[in-house]
Ligand binder design. Sequence first.
Ligand SMILES: [Zn+2]
Length: 317
Amino acid sequence: MSDLRGGIDLGGTKIQTVVVEPGGSLRGEARQPTPTSGGPPDVAAAMEDTLREAASAAGVKPEQLSGVGVGSPGDADGGTGVVSGARNLPGWDGSFPLGEALSKALGTAVRIGNDVQVAVEGEHRLGAGKPYDSLLGVWWGTGVGGGIVLGGKPWLGRGAAGEIGHTVVKRNGARCPCGRRGCLEAYAGRAAMEARARRDLAKGVDTDLFKIMEKRGKDRLTSSVWEHAMREKDPLTESLLRRAVRYLGTGIASAVNLLDVEAVVIGGGLGSRFGDRFMDHLVKEMQKHLFVDDNPPRMHVAELGDLGGAIGASLLV
Ligand SMILES: [Zn+2]
């Protein structure tokens, strides 16, 4: 056995895998699109294949790894390795023993964790959160996820802590993808922003967002589509992003009032792209709601980039 470990970031569009040294240095990586049809066993097979590629790039066999960590969407049970209700993956409404299936296929121990929590832990141990004992990670992407570190350790609650996207920023507010009303994600999540943009378009609001989407061969408003539209100074794009940042400021400030963390790390597809550009605006919006307003938390954008989720997952080993 080597002291190398594997990490898998299981996303709705891609599977990213890495093989890293104990300190987090990269030895191999591979990426494949996530299957869009079939069911959990097909997704697990694609994960196995992608991890094998990363291991081969690192010059090892998967069974020689000291273990593999997985950051998974849905309800990921670290104790049993079962993943339930991963609705952005094909046929994954129910439960599937992902840890067991992968462990058998790869011939090494597999640990499962929540995708955002492992990415935040990656930033805490190896990235922007390194100097701090307490931090709040806010992963701004399709949804708005979160992770909390308190006293140097991840705070998981009873397993589901960190869901800042479903803290309420407006009572009886906009409908959230989760079905409730007024959640932060209903204003700041990419899926909710796309739904709003489509409604505005139908009402006759002038925007190039969807033209840019088609030109880039996409069928939805990915983070890169938002980025291009922003670069072309599309007014609806700018106003929806600024609105998202206003609500992020409200939600993050409320969380800071409760937890008094030293730092906030902004990550995720939109967070990594727009975090720097909107940081001043975000700080200003937060400031309005901070109860102790003369000692705000330090604000950072995630540093580990595209591989952060997979590297964070490898820390589960
Ligand atoms: Zn919600």
